[in-house]
Design a protein. Structure first.
Length: 53
């Protein structure tokens, strides 16, 4: 691999990692973020209701 190819690979991977970390930071630090976090048992899928069709 040439030096230019190595530099481009490091820069592109670094950009992806920084952008991903920034997006996670924005999502986790949003106002009222705790209200939007749900566990598997907190979500009502309504599939347990009896359907009389």
């Amino acid at each position: 691999m040439t030096t230019v190819g190595l530099i481009m690979m490091i820069l592109s991977n670094g950009l992806v990692l920084v952008l991903t970390a920034y997006c996670f930071y924005r999502v986790c630090r949003a106002p009222d973020a705790e209200k939007h976090e749900h566990g598997m048992l907190d979500i009502d899928t309504r599939d347990a209701e009896s359907s009389n069709e």
